[in-house]
Design a protein around this ligand. Structure first.
Ligand code: TXA
Ligand code: MG
Length: 321
């Protein structure tokens, strides 16, 4: 069993593993990360290998205090400090100009680097004691559903990593919002746990990269990401026919009591249609449905506002494979 309770002793043990170039499953408020020392090309190579992730998909470097940026990146705009003051620690990743200390494997050869300070006490302790800069993608095999519990990490990658620290279920449940701060107008490359409107309230105009003009410099934009192994269809309304269909699974946004005894493979994102509850449960529900003996998942569309934008982005990607 690679899962360890988040005691002080275990946290220090995981920090030691990280300093020695090993890999640790780390809890954050968004999803679990697969962490390795960001200054060590060797450790980072192990991350790509464990995930079977292509080397052209760059990683996020996680820090525990703002000053740590100075070893990693160059701050060219005062908007960076403003966003950090407002939203760090939190579900926001900023793309900045990279410094040479960070090996090119971390950034897939790009001259920019992604940085985030997670809002999770355990993660911050691990980062602070484990070297100060931890590269961590989501702790899932490449292209598969993201992990929102220590058990998800164990199931998917348990044999390939040294230790998983259990920090409970992720409270946000979708990955961080990734924003390119090197662009003339800051540009959101991946919608996530922090809403665009909140960012705009602090730094003014922000662009959103359209799903259609995606580019490979932001491979989180690749369409076959976050996919379950079943076929997933997004629908406006879940119908009786879908529910009674042989071998179907249903992902409801809100509760619908009428459907409950007609199909046992139903998951509800949020009883009352709360978007934060829905995002925190999204991958959990998809993991559960993916384990059912079914052929298709019908997923009900959620309102595309606030966190609903990130939820729909993940569902859209899950439907493309
Ligand atoms: O919430 C999160 O962000 C989680 C937790 C563990 O912090 N991490 C995460 O990492 O989602 P990952 O590797 O699954 O996604 C990183 C995203 C990818 O879309 C990647 O393309 C983008 O960040 N990215 C990283 N560095 C970049 C860069 N220099 N330029 C553009 N995009 C970059
Ligand atoms: Mg990922």
């Amino acid at each position: 069993m690679a899962i360890y309770e988040a005691t002080h002793e275990n946290i220090m043990k995981s920090a030691e593993i990280l300093k020695n170039g090993g890999l640790v499953g780390i809890p954050t408020e968004t999803v679990y990360g697969l962490g390795g020392n960001a200054f060590s090309a060797e450790a980072v190579t192990k991350i790509f290998a464990a995930k079977e992730r292509p080397f052209f998909d760059p990683l996020i470097v996680h820090i525990a205090d703002f000053e740590s940026i100075n070893n990693i990146a160059i701050i060219e705009s005062d908007k960076v400090r403003k966003l950090a003051d407002a939203f760090w620690p939190g579900p926001l990743t900023m793309i900045l100009k990279k410094r040479e200390n960070i090996p090119l494997i971390v950034t897939s050869g790009l001259d920019t680097v992604a940085i985030r300070m997670p809002n999770h006490k355990v993660a911050l302790e691990i980062i602070k004691n484990g070297g100060g800069a931890i590269a961590a993608p989501s702790a899932n095999p490449f292209g598969y559903l993201s992990p929102t519990s220590a058990e998800h990490v164990e199931e998917q990658l348990g044999k390939r990593i040294d230790m998983i620290i259990d920090g409970g279920n992720c409270t946000i449940g979708v990955e961080s919002t990734v924003i390119d701060m090197t662009a003339v107008i800051p540009t959101i490359l991946r919608p996530g746990g922090l809403e665009k409107e909140k960012i705009e309230s602090v730094i003014g105009e922000v662009r959103m990269l359209d799903r259609k003009d995606k580019k490979i410099s932001a491979p989180g934009q690749m369409e076959n990401h976050y996919a379950p192994s079943r076929s997933l269809f997004i629908v406006d309304t879940i119908t009786e026919e879908m529910v009674s269909e042989n071998r179907s699974g249903i992902l409801l946004f809100r509760e619908n009591k009428e459907f409950e005894n007609k199909n046992k493979n139903i998951e509800v994102l949020s009883k009352d249609g709360d978007l934060l509850e829905a995002s925190s449960r999204l991958f959990h529900c998809l993991h559960l449905l993916d384990k059912c003996d079914i052929d298709v998942i019908y997923a009900q569309r959620v309102p595309e506002e606030g966190l609903g934008i990130a939820i729909m982005d993940r569902l859209y990607k899950a439907s493309k494979k």
